[in-house]
Write a protein that binds this ligand. Structure first.
Ligand code: ADP
Length: 610
């Protein structure tokens, strides 16, 4: 059994070569036999015909010699007769040696007899003519010799006719043989060509079938059917190829099974986690169409993921406020994530949510969209409100007794209730200082609560910053003078008016001044400056006091942050700067501090000039 394609092709090729060789051989053999038949015809019959013709001519000349002998010259007649007799015998010999046709031998024997008879009759004429005369000789010739001559010629003609007939017979034999050969070669050629065609077609189909089958399998696999296997139809190179392909595919299938399974498992795991997150979560694509909703989001918005998938956010969730925030974040595009507190209606209640919108842009995974997480902070808000309400109530409650205390201290200090001795004065000063701190605290607490409440609207109007600074600084001249601190302001009187809430900006400057005075000592300097630059109004409060350690500079504007100053027993509440920042933020401005320990601090805020 041939196992290689090369071997199979070579075998088919050899078969075709063998068939062509056989056709050639058959043709050569047939041509040889036809040649042989023609040769037989030419050599045998032609030889006999030629001999008969020569004998006929010789015998006719002998007959003439008899007549010459009788009528003209005896010697000439005898000479010619003898000479032609030799010629006749020569050809008779040839004919005797070329007896090829059935019956030819008998005819030649008869010819020989007739010839002997003819020559005998001429001998009789020779013996008797001189005796009986020419007339007798003529008569004898006519009565005996001429019939013998005619018998002789008849014999010759019989032999000639036999050979001619045989020749004709041979001709039709040769024609028949040639036709037969032609048919044999034709039939053999047809059989060979058909056989060769069938053989090569069979061999080709047999060789190509595994290739077609492998191609079909490859196509199916290419289209994703990894369960298809190639049929092993031969054990040649194609069979090996199919077997290798099956091995490869087996591995591919196993790999796909394991990867797919793994992926599916991981996906289900992630989905279960996402679905069970207690905070509502929504994923949108770049066209704000819903890609995913978790259970909490379904419950909050009273919708169903199945019915809302691929629907526009507004169509599914129907919350304009939330949509506005999402579009603001996505179309703003500057930050990848933003937070805002929104209240959303839920079951006749209002819930507060800390909404975080995160932009997802991953070109590799071709994901482009948004993840929205709503963190329910309603309880936190309620606690905060309770706390604020409580602080507000306490602060308001404290304000009335504090006013009485302030008035009492004022009466004591003004000596309206009598002269105080030094010890009493000292006590009153301490009470006054503490009262001041308490007043600051309560004032800042109330201001903070007011600023953070919903109704903290600014009273914006065109204001001269010089006026605000002048009236605020004025309140602190006395304290500065008591501490021996040089307090003044340097503001260009042509500075144009700027739109602001004058009262609240005064609170800010007041807090900054109060701090500056707290952390400066006798001989220090406090300067308030203001100027306009790049469409912004700048106000700075600079002191040459204790300064603030660098690590606090970022945090001092946060609520309740206090700095532990060496050489200072000033306890603070940590609310003044927080209130200041809240007010500046509401104005859309910025506030910051530059400071160096033992050199001093500069607090600056900038407001946009509108
Ligand atoms: P408070 O209202 O109690 O003064 P603030 O929020 O105004 O609190 O200030 C926070 C902290 O910043 C204070 O504890 C103080 O230590 C520090 N601070 C504020 N201003 C100055 C200043 N001009 N020099 C040094 N320290 C300052």
């Amino acid at each position: 059994m041939i196992k290689t394609i090369k071997g199979k092709i070579s075998a088919v090729y050899l078969c075709l070569v063998a068939i062509t060789g056989i056709i050639g051989l058959v043709s050569v053999i047939n041509t040889y036999w036809i040649g042989r038949s023609i040769d037989g015809l030419m050599v045998n019959n032609y030889k006999s015909i030629n001999a008969v013709n020569n004998m006929t001519e010789a015998v006719e000349r002998q007959n003439n010699a008899v007549l010459i002998y009788i009528n003209y010259s005896s010697s000439q007649g005898i000479d010619q007769f003898v000479k032609e007799g030799q010629e006749f015998n020569k050809w008779l010999n040839v004919e005797f040696n070329n007896l090829t046709e059935p019956g030819e031998k008998e005819l030649v024997t008869k010819l020989n007899d007739n010839y002997i008879n003819f020559t005998k009759l001429f001998s009789q004429i020779q013996q008797s003519r001189d005796l009986n005369g020419t007339a007798w000789a003529d008569k004898f010739y006519n009565e005996s010799t001429l019939p013998a001559f005619q018998n002789l010629k008849k014999s010759l003609n019989d032999i000639l006719a036999l050979n001619q007939t045989s020749m004709l017979q041979h001709k039709s034999d040769v024609t028949a043989s040639a036709n037969r050969s032609m048919y044999i070669i034709f039939i053999f050629s047809v059989i060979s060509v058909t056989g060769g065609f069938i053989l090569s077609r069979y061999a080709m189909n047999k060789s190509l079938k595994p290739i077609y089958s492998l191609r079909q399998t490859m196509k199916a696999v290419g289209e994703g059917d990894l369960t298809r296997r190639a049929e092993i139809l031969s054990d040649d190179e194609i069979g090996e190829l199919a077997s290798e392909f099956n091995n490869l595919e087996e591995k591919l299938y196993e790999f796909e099974q394991s990867t797919m399974g793994q992926l599916l498992k991981e996906k289900n795991k992630s989905m279960t986690i996402v679905k069970s997150i207690s905070d509502p979560l929504i994923v949108l694509d770049a066209n704000y169409k819903i890609v995913l909703l978790n259970n909490a989001a379904e419950k909050l918005f009273n919708i169903n993921e199945e019915n809302t998938l691929n629907k526009h956010f507004l169509e599914a969730v129907r919350n304009g406020e939330l949509y506005d925030f999402i579009t603001k974040v996505y179309e703003g595009g500057s930050k990848t994530s933003s937070q805002e507190i929104l209240n959303l209606p839920y079951d006749d209640n209002e819930l507060f949510f800390n909404v975080t919108v995160t932009i997802v842009k991953d070109t590799k995974a071709s994901m482009d969209g948004l993840v929205i997480v709503l963190q329910d902070i309603t309880e936190l808000k309620q606690v905060e409100k309770m706390k604020t309400d409580f602080i507000s109530t306490i602060s308001h409650e404290l304000k009335t007794p504090l006013t009485s205390i302030t008035m009492g201290i004022s009466l004591l200090k003004d000596k309206n209730v009598g002269e105080l001795n030094d010890k009493q004065k000292e006590v009153v000063d301490v009470i006054s200082e503490e009262e001041q701190k308490l007043s600051d605290l309560i004032r800042n607490l109330l201001r903070m609560i007011k600023l953070q409440s919903k109704d903290s609207l600014l009273n914006m109007e065109s204001t001269s910053i010089l006026g605000v600074i002048d009236s605020t600084v004025r309140n602190y001249y006395e304290i500065a003078a008591d501490k021996d601190v040089d307090l003044h302001y340097e503001v260009d009187e042509h500075i144009p008016k700027v739109i602001m809430d004058a009262e609240k900006i005064s609170w800010v400057i007041s807090n900054l001044l109060s701090n500056a005075l707290k952390y400066t000592n006798a001989g220090d300097l406090i300067v308030v400056t203001s100027y306009i630059k790049d469409e912004k109004l700048y106000v700075s409060v600079k002191d040459t006091g204790l300064g603030i350690p660098e690590q606090y500079l970022e945090r001092i504007f946060d609520k309740f942050v206090q700095v532990n100053h060496k050489n200072s027993d000033n306890s603070s509440s940590g609310l003044g700067l927080a209130v200041a920042r809240e007010i500046i933020d509401l104005h859309g401005g910025t506030i910051w501090c530059e400071s160096k320990i033992d050199v001093g601090s500069t607090f600056t805020f900038a407001l946009p000039v509108r």
